[in-house]
Structure formats: structure tokens, C-alpha cells
Design a protein. Structure first.
Length: 271
């Protein structure tokens, strides 16, 4: 799926929700102290479904109930001031102010625009390789607020991916690295160690990269180090390479486990 199709898929999902039934928009207008979500967080509520979250728990339960009351009564708007204490079964200790309103045509247009802006602002993560771990990572990262792009030289390796994941089929994957936006993350896990080395060197040349990781072992790391320095690489850049990806505290090497650990590692680097 190319970038434009990815954005259309997200917009279509939200547009379908907005068109299906009357919808209330819940916005966090103020968040004091310890709260599950920040000011500006929002969600949508219809008579039977929800889209997004303001933090879950009793806070969200009460807000959804209020939103559905407004929809049922055809009341334009309302507000809630909720202390996150024992009285509602939460112990965050903060306080949240909510604005709740029935979404009219102008609101719906603004919601779509806001969602598109948030999607455009998401950090880019490039998965360079569509093997078992690449696909497991695509599945894991598709759930996160990221623009995930799987890059491959083989057409069959970009099949059966989550719809949220973009794809790039190219004979020259290093060009994707060069053209990536600033502060992107690059995870290198192709079917070929020589290609891994070339792509890792290309990613390390990006001084603005937020994360550069390569699947492998300590032996592969040592081999890459020797190759990289022999071919003009610089030691300070080499120190930025994360390999093995996902850390070494969990020794389970199944793709889904590596993907879970690596996803957490990437999110830390991007935060």
C-alpha cells in the first residue's frame, strides 16, 4: 500500500464512522495532575460504537454515557469536570475537564482534517525487509501511532500486511532511506546479510535518524563493524547501531517476541 492509499484508508475508516449514525465528539479541554490522557485528546461516540479513546476506565465510561445522553436527547453540547479519585473508582489523583458536543457538518469536516494532520505528524518507521520478523514487526507497529513502511525488493514479501502499513517495492531500497523524512527510524532485516550491511551503512549516514537497528547476532555485529570501518565508516556513527534489535534480556527468538521487544525499543527512541 502506497502512502496515498494509506491516508485514504484511515480517512475512509473515520468517514465511515461519522456517516453511519449521529456522533458526539468528546475532547479533553483540561488535564490537571496525573491523568490517563493529555489535553487535546479526543474520541467519538455513536449510539452503539466508539472511535478513539480519552484514556479508558471509569472516566471514559462516564463520558460515553453522557455523550449518548446528548445524542438521545438531541442536545447540542455539554461539559464534564471529573476528579480522578475514589468516588469514581480511579486513583490517578488528577482532574479532567471534558467538552462533549454533537458533531455537526463543520465539526465532522474539522475532525477529518484533524485526524489527517495527526497522521501526517506521526514518526516514520521503515522496515527494510519483509521476512518473518519484518511481518511480525509490521503487525506490531500497525497498532501504534506511527507511519510504518515496509520496504522490499521482492513482490511476494509485501503481501498479507495490515492495511495501516505502507509498502515500497523497489530494486534500490537505499534510496528510500535517503529520501526518508528527518527523525525516522530504520530497522534492517532483509534476506541477505550483504544487503543488510549496505542498508545499515546508508542509515547510519543519516545523522538525523532517531533509530537504526539491524537484526543479527553478536557475531554479525562484529562482522559488520569490521566491514563498515574497512569501507570508510566512522566509529562515532557505528556506535548508534542497535544490534541485536529488541535487546538481549529476553532470549526467545520467535518472530513475534522479537517484534514486541523491538517495537518497545523503537517507541522509546522516538519519544
Amino acid at each position: 500500500m502506497q502512502a496515498a492509499a494509506f491516508m485514504i484508508a484511515l480517512s475512509k475508516s473515520l468517514a465511515t464512522f461519522l456517516d453511519a449514525a449521529p456522533v458526539a465528539l468528546i475532547s479533553v479541554t483540561e488535564a490537571k495532575g496525573s491523568t490517563p490522557r493529555e489535553k487535546g485528546a479526543w474520541m467519538l461516540v455513536s449510539p452503539e460504537k466508539t472511535f478513539g479513546t480519552i484514556g479508558g476506565g471509569q472516566l471514559e465510561f462516564l463520558a460515553i454515557a453522557k455523550a449518548r445522553e446528548l445524542i438521545s436527547a438531541n442536545t447540542a453540547s455539554g461539559a464534564m469536570d471529573i476528579p480522578l479519585g475514589p468516588e469514581i473508582g480511579q486513583c490517578c489523583g488528577g482532574r479532567v475537564n471534558l467538552d462533549i458536543r454533537i458533531a455537526d457538518a463543520r465539526d465532522r469536516s474539522a475532525i477529518l482534517k484533524r485526524a489527517q494532520e495527526e497522521d501526517h505528524a506521526r514518526p516514520h518507521v521503515y522496515l527494510l525487509g519483509g521476512g518473518h520478523v519484518g511481518h511480525a514487526l509490521a503487525d506490531a507497529l500497525a497498532l501504534l501511532p506511527l507511519r510504518t513502511v515496509l520496504v522490499e525488493t521482492r513482490a511476494e514479501a509485501i503481501e498479507d500486511l495490515p492495511p495501516e502499513v505502507e509498502t515500497r517495492l523497489t530494486p534500490v531500497p537505499e534510496e528510500v532511506i535517503r529520501e526518508a523524512p528527518p527523525h525516522s527510524a530504520f530497522i534492517i532485516l532483509t534476506h541477505d546479510h550483504a544487503l543488510d550491511f549496505l542498508l545499515a551503512a546508508e542509515a547510519l549516514a543519516r545523522e538525523d535518524a532517531s533509530y537504526v537497528g539491524m537484526i543479527g547476532s553478536k557475531t554479525k555485529k562484529a562482522t559488520f563493524r569490521s566491514w563498515y570501518l574497512k569501507n570508510g565508516g566512522e566509529e562515532p556513527r557505528l556506535s548508534r547501531l542497535i544490534t541485536p534489535i529488541g535487546g538481549e534480556t529476553v532470549r526467545d527468538k520467535r518472530p513475534a517476541v522479537i517484534a514486541a521487544m523491538t517495537a518497545a525499543e523503537v517507541m522509546r527512541a522516538l519519544s
